[in-house]
Structure formats: C-alpha cells, structure tokens
Design a protein around this ligand. Structure first.
Ligand code: FMN
Length: 334
C-alpha cells in the first residue's frame, strides 16, 4: 500500500504541474553591487551545517524510498551528492520500518561518501507509537548524520488515509530531540515562528522551512483523487516569509520550497538560510542518472556564483548580508 502510494507520488510529481500558484522567491530581488568583491572563480561556496562540511550550500531534499524505482533515484542522488560534496536526505523511511524488505531502497545511499546524509520519518508517526527504536533503526539504515522529522499535516489532512493525530507528539519527541540530531522539516506548507520555537527549545538542531512556492502536496493529493486538494492547493506560509520569520532564532535554517535555480539559492541565503533544499526541481534528473543530477547542480552552482559575484559577496557568510528588496505578494505577507 505505502509502496504504491510512493510510486504514485513520483509519477504525479513528474507528469503534472503540482506547483503552488505563485513562487514567492520571485518577490525577492537581490541588490546589484557594481564592483564585485572577488574574481568570479574565487567565490567560495563552502559551508558548514549540522557539524558537516559541504562544498556548496545545497541539500537535495527528501523525496523517496520504499519502492524499487525509488532505490535507483536514491542511488543517483547519493552518487551525485558524493561527487559534488553536497547534502541529501532520503524520503520517509516509514515503509521500511513497517516492511524491512524495503530497507535496501534507502540503505543504498550508505555506499556513497555523502558529506551530509539525512534520514527521514514523519512526525505524525511519533504521535502514533514510533519511538526511540524506530528512530535508531531509520538512522542506522542510512548511516544518518542527522534525521529529518517531517511535519506534513496539510498532506495528512487531505489524504483519506492520512494520520491526523498530534496528541502526544511533543511529549514523545522531546527526549529524542535531546539525544539525537533531529531536523524539523515541513513538506511545502512552511514553518511558523511559534512552532519553530517549540521545536528549537526541545533541542532540534535545524529547521527546514519547506514553504509555499514549489511542490504543493495538496496538489499532489488532488491528482490522487483527493477533492480537498484543490481547495487547499495554496495553503501554507510562503518559503521566503517563513525564513524571515525564523531568522535570528539561533537555529540553522534550510531554505526550501520552490527553489528552482542558483538565483533562488542565493535569495534563500540572503534571507537567512544556511543552505537551500531542493526536491522536485531535481527529481526528473534523478530518475535519469547520477550524471544528469551532477550536470544540473553544476549549472545551479554557476548561477549561484554569478548571483553572489553581482551581490558583492565572496563567500556564503557574506551572502547572508547581501542587500535585497521584497515586493509583490511577499510584501503583503510581511
Ligand atoms: C516526489 C516527492 C516526494 C516527497 N517525499 C517526501 C518525504 O518522504 N519526506 C519529506 O520530508 N518530504 C518529502 N517531500 C517534500 C520535499 O522534501 C520538499 O519539502 C517539498 O517538495 C518542497 O520542495 P520543492 O518545492 O523543492 O519540491 C517530497 C517531495 C517530492 C517532490
């Protein structure tokens, strides 16, 4: 059952337009600096997040697992992430916790020296009985440096079979967040400041905002036959708005949800992200080959370098102080 759903998600995300109606990253304009700081080729993209050193501030975010097709996708992503020195996360590992035959569709990523390798489990499961043993199994399965715990209550609300339970969640996660390197992650509806503060106080090590701008899981569920998906298509907090709300909390931030190219990565960093997360924009390349992923990310890195060059930044820390103007619908949110 879970396996079929996983494949269906991938197919819908490849074939249909499941994007939010508006991409709010277009409302972020970086300010031009006439005399760049350093030569383009000397722009330093290296960064450190979750105690791991990356060659560039990019994480290929959680998408899949739990199906033979997904194994190849995860392998292509891991091999590309190793080659590029960037981060990655596998998709929800619940299917392998329930059905150990699925483990290799995730554990394949262990074969690659990915500098930041993250596992992934859903928060609702921790309200429904998952605990330390499931978390440890998931971490071991991918030899995880950190575990993403995804909050996907929009999707669960729209899926007829969704888990719409939150009671006990915080109490159950509290001891785990103190003991393990957990990253709190949305899946396209964004993080509000109050929820982020609760999780940061519990000990979550980073927050992946995954807001509105790109993949809408309400849209994905609409194509699976969930009528409510149309009504809630654009529900959630815009990704750049979410980032700005969380800025200054002192917890590392992953800017994600609708990141399409290197200019969006630069915009996310200027708004306070320590790294940018990309999911659906990489999916079609990941279904082809690891080389296709490498080639696309190399283009993105070139776009990022140009954006940093023209913003007067020599490295990622300096890019965090780049000037920007916010306009349009994003302004209305603020
Ligand atoms: C096909 C697909 C499957 C996904 N599966 C998961 C998942 O299992 N766990 C998770 O935390 N997020 C999952 N996501 C959400 C992404 O990690 C990301 O938060 C969201 O898609 C927004 O980013 P994007 O606009 O770059 O796609 C999935 C996204 C896609 C496109």
């Amino acid at each position: 059952m879970i396996e079929d759903r996983k494949l269906e998600h991938i197919k819908i995300c490849l074939d249909k337009d499941v994007n939010a109606t508006h991409n709010y990253w277009d409302d972020v304009i970086l300010k031009h600096v006439t005399i760049p700081k350093v030569d383009l080729e000397d722009i330093d993209l290296r960064t450190r997040i979750l105690d791991r050193d990356l060659e560039a501030p990019i994480i290929i975010d959680a998408m899949t697992g739990g199906h033979p097709v997904a194994k190849k996708i995860n392998e292509n992503i891991a091999k590309a992430a190793e080659e590029l020195g960037i981060g990655m996360a596998v998709g929800s590992q619940r299917s392998a916790i329930v059905n150990p035959r699925m483990e290799d569709t995730y554990s394949v990523v262990r074969e690659y020296e990915v500098p930041l390798r993250m596992g992934n489990l859903g928060a609702p499961q921790f309200a429904l009985g998952f605990g330390e043993s499931e978390l440890e199994r998931a971490m071991e399965m991918v030899d995880a440096h950190a575990m993403e715990i995804h909050f996907n209550y929009l999707q669960e609300s729209i899926q007829p079979e969704g888990d719409k339970v939150v009671s006990g969640l915080i109490e159950n996660l509290k001891p785990l967040a103190k003991k393990y390197p957990l990253v709190a992650k949305e899946t396209g509806a964004g993080f509000d400041r109050k929820s982020a503060e609760i999780l940061a106080e519990m000990g979550f090590r980073a927050i992946d905002v995954s807001g509105v701008s790109g993949t809408s899981f309400a849209a994905v569920e609409y194509y699976r036959g969930g009528k409510l998906g149309k009504l809630f298509w654009d529900w959630g907090l815009p990704s750049p708005y979410s980032l700005l709300q969380l800025k200054g909390m002192g917890v590392p931030l992953i800017g994600s949800g609708g990141i399409r190219h290197g200019l969006d990565v630069a915009r996310a960093i200027a708004l306070g992200a320590d790294a940018a997360g990309m999911a659906r924009a990489i999916l079609k390349y990941a279904t082809k080959s690891h080389t296709a992923v490498v080639e696309r990310i190399e283009e993105i890195l070139n776009e990022l370098r140009i954006a940093m060059f023209l913003s007067g930044a020599a490295n990622v820390d300096e890019m965090k102080n780049a000037g920007y103007v916010l306009r349009g619908e994003l302004r209305a949110w603020l």
